[in-house]
Design a protein around this ligand. Structure first.
Ligand code: HEM
Length: 519
C-alpha cells in the first residue's frame, strides 16, 4: 500500500476508534441497559468475553471471515460474540448450517438490517434482500424469479447477452497485447447484461449505455463499501440517530443518485408508453404490476420498482464479476487446470467458431472450475446475515431474537473434516458434477440454502460460465511482464481480490473476422 493509502487507513481507523469511544460514553449516558433477554433456560453459545460496553469491537480483524474462523477453532461450530450492544452468533459447520438454513429455516429467515442498508433499500421493507419473509417479500421474489431470473426468463433475453459478450470480445481483441483489468472488464459486461435485461434499450445509444454502466460501477463499489464498513450505528442501535461516522448520510447520497438514474429511466419509458416498439422487458412488466397495485396479497408501488432495480444491480454485478476474476486468477496459476479447460473448449467449440450459450451444458470441466472457485472464494463469505424474529435454540444454545446470525461459508468450504486437501484448487473434486458436496449436510453453499437462497442462481451460473468460456476460448492470457499473482482476499459483504487481476489477452481464434461477427 502507498503512503497515501496507509494514511487514509490510519485516519479511518482513528475515526472509528474515536466514534467507538464517543459511542461508549453516549451509550452509558443515554441508555438504560436492558436485562439479558428472555431466560429460556438455555445458555448463550460460548465465545470471547469482550470488554464492558464495547464487547469484542476493539479486537475485530478487518478480515472478518478469517477472524471468525479462528474463533470457531477455539469456541466451536457455534459461538457468540458481542459487538457493542449487538450479539452476533456465528455458525461454522455443515450440520449447524443445515439446522439454521433448512430445518429451522422460517425461524431464522428475518434480517437484521444494517443502517446503511436501510437507507439504500428505501427505508427497508421495499426490496427482497432486506425484507423479512412475508407477503411483500414473497411477491417481490416471485416477480423477479419468475419474470427475469428463471431459466425461461433468461432464455427470452439470450440475444441481448450474446450482443454484450460480442462487444466485450471486440473490445478485448482491440486491446490485444495490452494489459486488461479482468474484474473491471467483467463488471462492465455483467452490468450491461443485467441493466439490459432490466430495461432493454430504453437508455439510448451504445455510448449512453456505456456511460450509465460506468456510473453504476462507481455507485455499486461505493455502496458495497458502505455496507461493509464497521458502523457504530449498527453496534449501538440506540445511537443510530446520531450517525456518528456519517455513514447514513453518505448512503442517503448514494441512494439518491441511484434514485435519480432510475427515475430518469422510468420517466423515459412511461413517456414512450404508446410507442409500439416498447420492449416487453422486466421494467415493462413491473410498471404493469405497479399500475395494478400488486397481487391482492401485497401492494406493489413505484418504490418497490426502484428497490427491485437496486437489488438486481447491486446483488448481481460484483458477485458475478468477482467470481470470474477469481476463476481466471486460479487458472493462471494452475497451468494443468487451464490446459484441461482449453482441451474441453477446443473439443466442444474449436477455434473456428465462437463459443455460444448452447455450448455451455457440454463444458463439464469449466463448470467444475467455477464450482471450485466458489468453494474457495465464495462471493459472500458470511452470506447475508440472518436474524431470528423470536428466541431460538441451536445445538443446546439460546440464539436470542434480533441477534445477527452469520454462516461462515468461507470456513465451511475449507473444513478439512469435509474436504480433502481443502486449500488446493482441484476442480476434479466436482466431477461428475453431482459428487463432491453432500447436499443433505450443506457443506457446499455458495448461494445459501432454504427460503433465502440466492434469487439469481440461474443468471449467476449462466453469466459466469459464458464469461469464463469466452475469455478462455478466444484468448491466451499472460501476466504483464514481471508481475506476480497475488491471491490475497479483501473482506467486504462481497469479497474481492485485494489487488485486481491484471492480464494480457492474446487472440487465439483461427479467423480474426470472428471477433467482429454480429450476434
Ligand atoms: C456468483 C454469483 C452470486 C453468488 C455467489 C450469490 C450468492 C448469494 C448469497 C449467498 C445470498 C444470501 C443467501 C442468504 O441470505 O441465505 C444471495 C442473495 C441474493 N441474491 Fe445472489 N449471488 C450471486 C448472484 C446473484 C445475481 C446475478 C442476482 C440477480 C441478478 C442475485 C440476487 C440475489 C438476491 C435478490 C438475493 C436476496 C434473496 C433473499 O434475501 O431472499 N444474486 N446471493
Amino acid at each position: 500500500m502507498d503512503a497515501a493509502g496507509t494514511s487514509t487507513t490510519t485516519t479511518t481507523t482513528l475515526l472509528l476508534y474515536a466514534s467507538l469511544l464517543a459511542a461508549a460514553l453516549l451509550y452509558l449516558l443515554f441508555v438504560v441497559r436492558r436485562g439479558r433477554g428472555g431466560g429460556g433456560g438455555l445458555p448463550l453459545p460460548p465465545g470471547p468475553r469482550g470488554l464492558p460496553v464495547v464487547g469484542s469491537l476493539l479486537s475485530l480483524d478487518p478480515e472478518l471471515h478469517v477472524y471468525f474462523a479462528r474463533l470457531a477453532a477455539r469456541y466451536g461450530p457455534i459461538f457468540s460474540i458481542r459487538l457493542g450492544s449487538k450479539l452476533g452468533v456465528v455458525i461454522t459447520s455443515p450440520s449447524l448450517a443445515r439446522d439454521v438454513l433448512r430445518d429451522q429455516d422460517l425461524a431464522f429467515s428475518s434480517r437484521d438490517v444494517p443502517d446503511a442498508a436501510r437507507s439504500i433499500s428505501y427505508g427497508g421493507g421495499q426490496n427482497i434482500v432486506w425484507n423479512p419473509v412475508g407477503p411483500t417479500w414473497r411477491l417481490l421474489r416471485r416477480v423477479c424469479v419468475r419474470e427475469m431470473l428463471s431459466p425461461a426468463g433468461l432464455d427470452n433475453v439470450h440475444g441481448l447477452r450474446a450482443r454484450e459478450f460480442r462487444a466485450t470480445l471486440r473490445h478485448l481483441r482491440d486491446h490485444g497485447g495490452k494489459t486488461v483489468d479482468v474484474g473491471a472488464q467483467m463488471f462492465l459486461t455483467t452490468m450491461n447484461v443485467i441493466t439490459g435485461t432490466l430495461w432493454g434499450g430504453s437508455v439510448g445509444s451504445d455510448s449512453e449505455r456505456a456511460a450509465v454502466g460506468r456510473e453504476f460501477k462507481d455507485l455499486v463499489a461505493d455502496i458495497t463499501e458502505m455496507l461493509g464498513a464497521p458502523n457504530v450505528s449498527d453496534f449501538f442501535p440506540a445511537l443510530a440517530r446520531f450517525d456518528l461516522q456519517g455513514i447514513r448520510r453518505k448512503s442517503d447520497v448514494l441512494k439518491e443518485r441511484f434514485n435519480q438514474m432510475f427515475a430518469r429511466i422510468i420517466d423515459k419509458r412511461t413517456s414512450n408508453n404508446n410507442d409500439a416498439n416498447t420492449e416487453a422487458d422486466f421494467l415493462e412488466y413491473m410498471l404493469k404490476l405497479e399500475k395494478e397495485g400488486g397481487d391482492g396479497k401485497a401492494a406493489f408501488t413505484m418504490t418497490n420498482v426502484k428497490a427491485l432495480l437496486m437489488d438486481m444491480v447491486v446483488g448481481g454485478t460484483e458477485t458475478t464479476s468477482n467470481t470470474v476474476e477469481w476463476a481466471m486468477a486460479e487458472l493462471l496459476r494452475d497451468p494443468r487446470a487451464l490446459a484441461n479447460v482449453r482441451e474441453e473448449l477446443d473439443a466442444v467449440v474449436g477455434t473456428d467458431a465462437l463459443v455460444e450459450e448452447a455450448h455451455l451444458p457440454r463444458l463439464h470441466y469449466l463448470h467444475a472450475v467455477l464450482k471450485e472457485t466458489l468453494r474457495l472464494h465464495p462471493a459472500l463469505p458470511l452470506m447475508v446475515p440472518h436474524c431470528p424474529a423470536a428466541d431460538a435454540a441451536v445445538a443446546g444454545h439460546r440464539v436470542p431474537a434480533g441477534c445477527r446470525v452469520f454462516v461462515n461459508v468461507w470456513a465451511i468450504h475449507r473444513d478439512p473434516a469435509v474436504w480433502n486437501d481443502p486449500l488446493l484448487f482441484l476442480p476434479e473434486r466436482f466431477l461428475p458434477l453431482t459428487d463432491g458436496a453432500d447436499e443433505g449436510e450443506l457443506d457446499y453453499i455458495p448461494f445459501g440454502s432454504g427460503r433465502r437462497i440466492c434469487a439469481g442462481i440461474a443468471m449467476a451460473e449462466r453469466m459466469t460460465a459464458y464469461s469464463l468460456a469466452m475469455l478462455l476460448q478466444a484468448f491466451d492470457w499472460d501476466l504483464p511482464p514481471g508481475a506476480e499473482l497475488d491471491m490475497t482476499e479483501k473482506f467486504a459483504i462481497v469479497m474481492k481480490k485485494a489487488t485486481p487481476l491484471l492480464a494480457v489477452p492474446k487472440p487465439r481464434l483461427s479467423n480474426p473476422d470472428l471477433y467482429y461477427a454480429a450476434a
